[in-house]
Design a protein around this ligand. Sequence first.
Ligand code: RP5
Length: 166
Amino acid sequence: MTGPVVGIVMGSDSDLEVMSAAGAILDKLDISHETRILSAHRTPSAACDFAANAASRGMRVIIAGAGLAAHLAGAMAAHSLLPVIGVPLAAGPLSGFDALLSTVQMPGGIPVATVAVGKAGAKNAGWLAARILALGDEDLAARLLAEREANEASVLEKDRKLREAE
Ligand code: RP5
């Protein structure tokens, strides 16, 4: 049995509702994943261990979501050579702007691919992880293409219905 190829980590259980959108995209594309609550600040050793062991456990991408002073994605990138996708979350009075800057403003050499704040970002983290994995997986690339075509058809259908109703 093969293990999860994507690790989804988040700083708190309060992030779970938004971050579950990343897992939903991976489920749709039949990509195995593991979800963990790990904090760069509250559980630094466990977060470090997860990142350090992810590649040897068979993971190929890490998605990390956190709010406030969001250092989780950076901590993942510091302790692993896997591609890390950071999802800034709106968890306080600054509505995610704090987490956006904390996640995106990484020093040179320790990259974090940062997506949008909140649920759109969580979804795109799933899609981006799939695109990375699809580089070495033709079947997954075909599933991604089919999903994009279905999405296009669905929007065009909504447009057609709207015009019909006018
Ligand atoms: C961050 O602090 C977490 O990622 C979360 O977004 C935020 C608030 O956490 P809780 O106080 O709700 O546990 O570390």
